[in-house]
Design a protein around this ligand. Sequence first.
Ligand SMILES: *Cc1c(COP(=O)(O)O)cnc(C)c1O
Length: 354
Amino acid sequence: MKIHNFSAGPSILPQEVMQQASQAVKELDESGLSLIEISHRSKAFIEIMEEACERALQLTGLQGKGYKALFLQGGASQQFLMSAYNLLEKKAGFVNTGTWSTKAIKEAKLLGEVSEVASSQDANFNYIPKNYSVPSDLDYLHLTTNNTIFGTQIKSIPDTEVPLVADMSSDIFSRKFDYSKFDLFYAGAQKNMGPAGTTLVIFKEDALGKVSRSIPSMLDYAVQAKAESMFNTPPVFAVYTSLLTLRWIENQGGIEKIGIKNAAKATHLYGEIDRNSKFKGFAAPEDRSHMNATFNLTDPSLSETFDKICQTAGISGLKGHRSVGGYRASIYNALPIDSVEVLVDCMQILEKEY
Ligand SMILES: *Cc1c(COP(=O)(O)O)cnc(C)c1O
């Protein structure tokens, strides 16, 4: 049976990427060797790393604009600490929009003063704060562009002179976006780019060198940049598979085209959430994520019934995070609209028959 994978992360990847990646594990480009047994210093792998970094810059429109792309390890969670290590001299500002922002704040506090510029904690993070003022004395302002757990997404970037840093783990490459507004952004691969194991970090080269502390080598962007993401052995499989996804995005027409498809999927699903009397959306409508749609049953006693209907239809990974409950449909780039249609059918079956 075809499975419709709505998992929040690790999550769905394009079928052709899975096939190419599994082939490369058997044999990379007729080399007689597997991707995962060759030296990361080999010509073949150096080319993979270079192409992956180049494509990441191209897709974000940052090629030739003074930015550098790196593929590191430690997940987005390590970037919470690493970004502060490299950029926080005195004070950083954060917009707290959920679990991931809260974790980023905790790490930054180890290294300097933190100002929570705005928060939506008062409503269990079901909206994106707006119209807050950004103090001018911040080293940077940190945003989480898409809140994977709560299903909210920043639609417009705050207008400020302060450098911007962003966690884009769950919406990178998902929509047209002015990436040049950011000094640094990062994304764990496993939501919208590849398997777990690598994190893409893109930063403006002149954003570095402004802190006085000494930085451990593995946490120093300058060290990692000088070594072209190979200060130590990189996660070769995760980087290669991410590269395959970046090529796939390009073949789809780039992020603008992908963004149009994502908007169509989201509109279809939210339309049903709003229309169907058995469901209600969690996030404030104007802040709804095009990547993770969160919703609940109006009558929670129907949950077993709805779960059965979904299971029969081959739907997987729909359970909401424990801090929101209900359901979360992650509709990342690789999820076809057919899968959204199957989910909408299940919602309609519940409404008609129960
Ligand atoms: C999943 C996620 C993280 C955590 O990523 P790890 O790679 O597991 O550290 C951080 N931020 C956001 C927005 C996420 O969705």
